[in-house]
Design a binder for this molecule. Structure first.
Ligand code: ADP
Ligand code: ZN
Ligand code: ZN
Length: 740
């Protein structure tokens, strides 16, 4: 017997199958991981296929050394998916296969956790006699008494009773009265507080949505896009749908943008499905992730909730994939191989006959356009549950405030509404999409801005420890007292960040209690769960944070939401800036008035007439979509085209630029006589919007390509070009999450 094996080395040169012999008596199956000799070394590999005959000289074929697990780590469906990713992302197959298993599993970096336990070996009727025989050894006697229930007892538990449990146990084991064994234990992640609320009675809209979604479990159809306003009760729809899938003996995967953003959804699912649910995301410890993965692989957990990469979870008989908040950027992976978890979900659904539901209050332009084309089925939930009204939204023109002499960060209206809210004993949430104290540190005399020495971005002042930090590379240095350019003392933090708002709130509303949630306060493993629990328990009246608090959270006591600087995302150098701003504002606004009392929202902006701000203010998704769709069409942006770029990084900008120019010219030349040229709408070599990151100058060749089947040939060629040798590091990016 022979096996075709992909050796786990990420290189174009070894991107093919190698044949190995299966030694007599070794049990090997497709999908198993094995150890094989490769050149002079030992390497890990994936078994792709078994075959009876070798295609070449049998004496030259080396044997498999051992299997790494006694079960196939890769399901056949996922191996097929890996081939597809290899095609689409133009990466070696082994890179695609690596996505399918926890990273720690490779090279044996994580082990199964074992626990020792003791158990009685003698029959129950002989226990009394055994105890009597140990009259003069009180420790042994005690142990026998405890073990007389015949149950296994962990050594950990017995240790609590006496300091040296090992000696008396060993003595009993020698007499064959007691056995000491090891068993596997699964490390379980923390999943938040349990919410034991009973199922609410479904609303008419929820029932209607389910009447379309449930039949599709039997007979998979086109993917669904569930467009439900904030607070329309989408989670409850998911729960019913998952329950139905389980009833039919099928598994389900629920993707969420980031676990940090959805602690409540996890608790709701957890209280409904208990241990049938597993969780996969990057905040788990290596051991927890490995054990959760094994629980799924072995069928112990049929429901998986997780971030982007959970789309590869080894669920057998998959019946349902839900992508919650499908508009989120986090579904695009930023690492190689690049993939879009939504695309994978749709593709996996089609392959495995599973229903796919994308869901959002603010669907991506792409997915909504798919419903217009008839490729996805649109389901709408336009009302909040129990006829709760959508919040009332005020837009405040901050230019007016300045004219009236208000230089503070809160408009008169927001200040007034906050006072009312505190007076009424309710809770408020304030959103500002920038962490730290200020946006930049500037000299008022000469205009100097302090920038990171390694990146072309201004450093942010952090008041907690008086440092300046770069949010791109993490560089930290003390706040200077004099301007490094002109030596004047007029150097100040400008603009606003979460820390500054926190300080201001504490000053204006002493005693209200402010919880700040941003990257800096949620670094601890379960910090986000704890902060959310504290706010829900009413231990603070104001929750302040970055986009981390914009989505998914459900606090019935919150009646006021403020967006302190709504324009921040609007000014990003990205064609999606308007879409992202609209989504963020609608989502933030959606946190208000989710309980019995209606909510109010104050949006502070310098561009009150921008269509993204207006669209958010009226919460009119369709109007926003129509406008944005036209704009994309006119400017030939996705979904009408594909944005593709070669990112070139080098020590010096002229080197990076030269490489970019060179690639651009070669592309133009190579395709000058090819019909493929017509697929390139736009091509330009230029400095990237952020010119330096981590001491690397950045230039790019930016292209807009027509969406067309031929374009794939173009992309393959580009991938080859990116793989060549240059004086700069060159990477091809296809519709990347960021074009900065
Ligand atoms: P969405 O995800 O659509 O924004 P959620 O699923 O978070 O909305 O639900 C909003 C709130 O409504 C939650 O507090 C939830 O418990 C509650 N809810 C959901 N369905 C019902 C129902 N049928 N009856 C009463 N309350 C409901
Ligand atoms: Zn100066
Ligand atoms: Zn930096």
């Amino acid at each position: 017997m022979y096996a075709e094996i992909i050796v786990d080395i990420a290189s174009e040169q070894v991107d093919r199958v190698f044949t190995y012999r299966v030694p007599e008596g070794m049990r090997v199956a497709p999908g198993m991981r094995v150890s094989v000799p490769f050149g002079p070394r030992k390497k890990e590999g994936f078994v792709i296929r078994l075959k009876d005959q070798a295609d070449y000289d049998e004496s030259k074929i080396k044997p498999i050394l051992s299997t790494l697990e006694d079960y196939p780590a890769l399901l056949p469906e996922l191996m097929d998916l890996a081939w597809e990713i290899r095609e689409k992302s133009h990466c070696p197959l082994c890179e695609a296969l690596r996505l399918m298993i926890p990273a720690e599993m490779r090279q044996g970096r994580v082990k199964v956790k074992l626990e020792e336990y003791a158990q009685l070996l003698i029959p129950p009727e002989r226990v009394d006699e055994a105890i009597r025989s140990q009259q003069r050894a009180p420790k042994r006697k005690l142990l026998l008494t405890i073990l007389s229930d015949g149950q296994p007892h962990a050594l950990e538990e017995l240790r609590a009773l006496m300091n040296d449990v090992r000696t008396p146990l060993n003595a009993l084991a020698e007499k064959e009265m007691v056995g000491i064994f090891e068993k596997e234990v699964l490390r379980a992640p923390y999943m938040g507080r349990l919410d034991a609320a009973p199922d609410p009675e479904l609303t008419a809209e929820q029932r209607e949505a389910l009447s379309e979604l449930i039949p599709a479990l039997h007979k998979p159809q086109k993917p669904f896009l569930l467009h439900g306003v904030t607070g329309s009760g989408k989670t409850e729809v998911f729960i019913h749908l998952v329950r139905e899938a389980l009833r039919q003996g099928k598994g389900a995967i629920i993707l969420v943008p980031e676990i940090v953003l959805t602690p409540q959804m996890i608790s709701w699912f957890r209280s409904r499905f208990g241990n049938a649910m597993a969780m996969l995301h990057s905040r788990l410890s290596a051991g927890e992730r490995f054990d959760e993965w094994r629980r799924i692989r072995q069928g112990g957990a049929r429901i998986v909730i997780g971030a982007r990469s959970a789309v590869f979870a080894p669920v057998e008989k998959l019946g349902l994939i839900i992508v919650d908040e499908e508009h989120e950027q986090t579904y695009l992976s930023d690492r190689f191989p690049q993939y879009d978890a939504r695309e994978i979900a749709v593709s996996r659904g089609r392959r495995e006959g599973a229903e796919v539901v994308l869901s959002s209050a603010t669907p991506s332009i792409y997915s909504y356009a798919m419903t217009r084309r008839g490729d996805y089925t649109l389901i709408e939930m336009p009302h909040r549950v129990l006829n709760r009204p959508l919040p009332h939204i005020h837009v405040v023109d901050m230019r007016e405030e300045l004219r009236r002499g208000n230089h503070g960060m809160f408009s008169g209206l927001l200040q007034k509404k906050l006072e009312d809210c505190m007076q009424a004993g309710q809770q408020a949430m304030l959103f500002i999409n920038r962490r730290g104290y200020a946006s930049s540190v500037n000299c008022r005399k000469c205009g100097e801005t302090i920038k990171c020495s390694r990146c072309d971005v201004s450093m942010t002042y952090h008041s907690v420890d008086g440092t300046l930090r770069c949010h791109y590379c993490g560089e930290t240095r003390p706040m200077p007292r004099l301007c490094p350019a002109c030596g004047s003392a007029y150097i100040r933090p400008m603009g606003t960040g979460t820390q500054k708002v926190e300080e201001e709130l504490n000053r204006r509303f002493p005693g209200a209690g402010v919880i700040r949630m941003d990257v800096d306060t949620t670094a601890g493993k379960n910090a986000h769960f704890e902060l959310v629990d504290r706010f829900r328990a009413g231990q603070a009246r104001i929750l302040l944070g970055t986009q981390m608090i914009a989505k998914g959270l459900d606090f019935p006591q919150v009646t006021l939401v403020g967006a302190v600087m709504a324009d921040l995302t609007l000014n990003f150098p990205d064609y999606r800036a308007a879409e992202r701003t609209f989504q963020l504002l609608v989502q933030v606004a959606g946190r208000a008035g989710r309980g019995e009392k209606p909510g109010e929202v104050v949006i502070q902006t310098y561009q009150p007439d921008h269509y993204a701000i207006r669209g958010a203010a009226t919460q009119d998704y369709r109007a926003f979509f129509a406008k944005e769709f036209e704009r994309r069409k006119a400017g030939l942006y996705p979904p009408f085209t594909m944005m593709v770029r070669f990112l070139c990084e080098a020590k010096e900008m002229d080197v990076a630029l030269r490489v970019a120019e060179d690639i651009k010219n070669r592309v133009l030349q190579e395709f000058s006589h090819s019909p493929l040229q017509r697929r390139i709408f736009f091509i330009r070599a230029d400095e990237a919007p952020i010119t330096r990151i981590q001491d690397k100058a950045r230039a790019h060749v930016l292209m807009k390509l027509l969406n067309h089947p031929d374009t794939d040939a173009l992309l393959s060629r580009f991938q080859e070009m990116a793989g060549e040798e240059y004086p700069a590091r060159v990477q091809l990016e296809i519709n990347p999450a960021s074009l900065a």
